[in-house]
Write a protein that binds this ligand. Sequence first.
Ligand SMILES: Cc1ncc(COP(=O)(O)O)c(C=O)c1O
Length: 458
Amino acid sequence: MEPSLWGLERHGGRLHLDGHDLTALADAHGTPLHVASARTLRARTRELQRAFHGYPAPVKVHYSYKTNPVAGVLQVLHDAGLGAEVVDGYELWLARQLGVPGEDIVFNGANKSPDELRAALEAQVGLLVVDGLRELERVEALAAELGCRACIGLRICPDVKPRGVPVQAAAGSRRNLYGLDLQGGEVDHAIRQAARSPHLRLRGSMAHIGTGIHDLPAYRAAIDRLLEVQLRMHRAGAEPDVLDVGGGLAARLSRSFRPLELLRYYALGRCPSRVQPGPADLFERYAEVLGDATVQASRRLGLEPPTLLLEPGRALTSDGQLLLLRVGTVKHRHGVGRFVLVDGGAMTVSMMFLVEHHAVFLANRDAPRRGRVDVFGRLPTQLDVLYRGLKLPRPIEGDVLAVMNSGAYFTSTATNFGGPRPGVLMLDGPQATMVRRRETHEDLAAVELVLPQPARRA
Ligand SMILES: Cc1ncc(COP(=O)(O)O)c(C=O)c1O
C-alpha cells in the first residue's frame, strides 16, 4: 500500500504528514511517539456523519473511548460533534472533564461497580446500558434511592457471529457473556420490570456484535432481532426511541489476523499476508446496510424508525494516528535472519502488534523493500515483538519506522512492562502540539508508597 493512502508525502525521501516532516518530529520529541492528525480525525468523522444523511431519523455517534482515550484526540472528536461511549468510571469522568453533556454519553459494561452506576446516574447519562437482570435490579434500586428516573437501554445478545471474526471477538454470540439472552424469558422479564418501574425510562435496546467487522449483513441480522425486542417493549407499555447498534466496523487500512493466520504465525512463524485496503466507500456501505435494515424491520413491525446510536471505535480513528519508532540496533544471525530492535514493542507501546497487521514505512529515507526482517522491542522477551517476517527496506541503526494505524487500541493497550509509555503529538495544520507527554520515571513511581518523599513528589 502506498503512503499516500494515509495522506503521507515523500519530500527528499522523507515522509511528511500534513506538512510536517516525521523524522524532524521524531528528532524533536523523541521516540516512540504517536503522531495524530486532526485533519484525518475530522475527515473520518464527517464521512461517517454524511454517510447516514438519508436515514429518516437522527443518527448519533458516540466515540468508543477505550479505542483511544487520549484527551487531545477525544477533544477533536467532540468538537466535531461526537458523543462518548464509556465503559468505566474513569472514562465517564474524562468525558465530563472534556465537557460532554450527560445526555451525549452512553455507558456500557458488563460488571459496573456500585460507584460507577451511581456516577452514571448522577451525570444523567443519556443511555445506561444494562447488561443483565441483576444489574437492572441494582440500577432500579439506586435510581429509587437518588430519586431519579434512569434512562436505560437493554443490552441484548442477538446471537450473531460476523464472518471472519474469531469467536472470542464476536461479542454478540451466545458463546460470549454480554447482554440478555434471547432464549428463555430473560428479555421479557427485563422489559416488564423496566416498563413498570417509576424509576426507569426504557429507551431501547443495544447490541455490539464484535470488532474488525467486514461482514456487513451481520448487522442486518442483529438489527432485526433488536427491533423485535423494541416491539416487545412497546407492547409492555414502554416508549423506546433509540436503537444502539454498538461499534465494530473494521478499519480500512489495517486488519486483525484471522484465526488460522494467528495459529500459523505463532506456531510456525509464518507471517500473515499484508493488508489490502478496504473499500473507499466503507462508511457508505455500512450506513446503507444499517439504515436499510432499520427502516425495513421498523416498517415490517409497524414501528417508527428509531434514533440510531453508533459506537464506532477503530473505523473512526485507526488511520488518524501513526507511531514513530527508532531503530536502536540491527543483529544479523547467520542462516537465520535479521533482527531489528526498536525502542518500543508489544508490551510498552501496544499489544495490537500481537494480533494485527499494519503498514510500516521507513520515515527518514526511501529505499526498495529488500527481504524480510523480524522487529522486536527493547524487552528481553519474545513477547515484546512487533512483526516477524516484515517486508521492509533493509533497516539500519537510527532509521525511523512509521507504523500506520496506531489510532485504535494502541494507547489503550500500552503497558508499563518495559518502562514509560509514549507521548502523543497532535498535528493541526501548521501546529504540532504534544497532547500527551511521554511518561517519566517519576510518573511510574508516583504510586509507590515506600519510596522516599522527593522521588514520589518529583
Ligand atoms: C460496547 C462496545 N461498543 C463499541 C466498541 C468499539 O468497537 P470498535 O473499535 O470495533 O468499533 C466496543 C469495543 O470493544 C464495545 O465493546
